[in-house]
Design a protein. Sequence first.
Length: 313
Amino acid sequence: MQTMLANRLQKRMRHLRKWAKRHDISCYRLYERDIPEFPLIVDWYDGEAVVWLYERGQTDDEGETAVWHQDALNQIQDALDLSPRQIFVKTRARQRGLQQQYERFGEQGHTRLVTEHGLTFEVNLSDYLDTGLFLDHRPTRAMVREEAAGKRVLNLFAYTGSFSVYAAVGQAKATTTVDLSKKYCDWASRNLQHNGIRLSHQHQVIAQDCWQFLAKEKRRYDLIICDPPTFSNSKRMARSSFSVDRDHAELIRACLALLANGGSLIFSTNSRGFSLDETAVPRAYLATDITQQTIPEDFRNDKIHRCWRIASR
Ligand SMILES: C[S@@+](CC[C@H](N)C(=O)[O-])C[C@H]1O[C@@H](n2cnc3c(N)ncnc32)[C@H](O)[C@@H]1O
């Protein structure tokens, strides 16, 4: 037990390092619950680690949980040759003992640039649960770059705009990036700029509720990416709440209404129990499940997201 986690991490690192170098990728998932006794996630961000710690089960009390968490963190530190300052811990229930050593409370703003398929993205390892780059959609982003040339691309629920960066670098004719949050829109703008894309009429970032955008938009798009949150009840939304399980049919139909002839919609969700409603896709369209081809090499969990391409028949 004492070095089981450390051994596993080193083995994964040896394996993934070569693959990552070949693809010019500096951040990837090293470990996800590989060993049942260590139910945690370790993501590598170019010389630093983001660690998700979970409860081991019903039987552990607070003291036991703190002990195994500390043991796990020590093994991660040793295996990856990191100092505690290079490890960013995310927990649902915060462990008091760990905060002082590992969590950088009061020392916010650990923002830096990382590389993915040769492109540059800004991540923040310290301040939020998510870092600014969802690693599980790396292949989906690469797919968007491959097919973007000459297309008008719409990125809805865009977060930090990583899909838009891939589309713009892939010579999209135009990109439109929409997110409710001004903070994420600014982040998306910076990500575009980091990759040499100037904001202009051609590449727009719009801080708006996607529902309002979809209701008013007159332009048509050749490629739409729609990766909504599982649930939201943000006050800034036109509706009181959004649940992807409940509302995806309406959302997909609103997206399809903006598709140009021959265009396609990439729709994705992280909702665990999601099932695509038959009424979501009108008869003139075909939904192809592309989940398997969009799960990255470094992810053991192939249920991390589900993804469809929806296009006219
Ligand atoms: C799961 S993230 C999307 C991930 C993103 N597609 C990516 O690959 O990086 C959800 C995003 O949706 C945004 N959001 C939530 N409700 C929204 C709404 N009604 N309109 C626009 N954006 C919304 C949030 O601000 C957040 O950035």
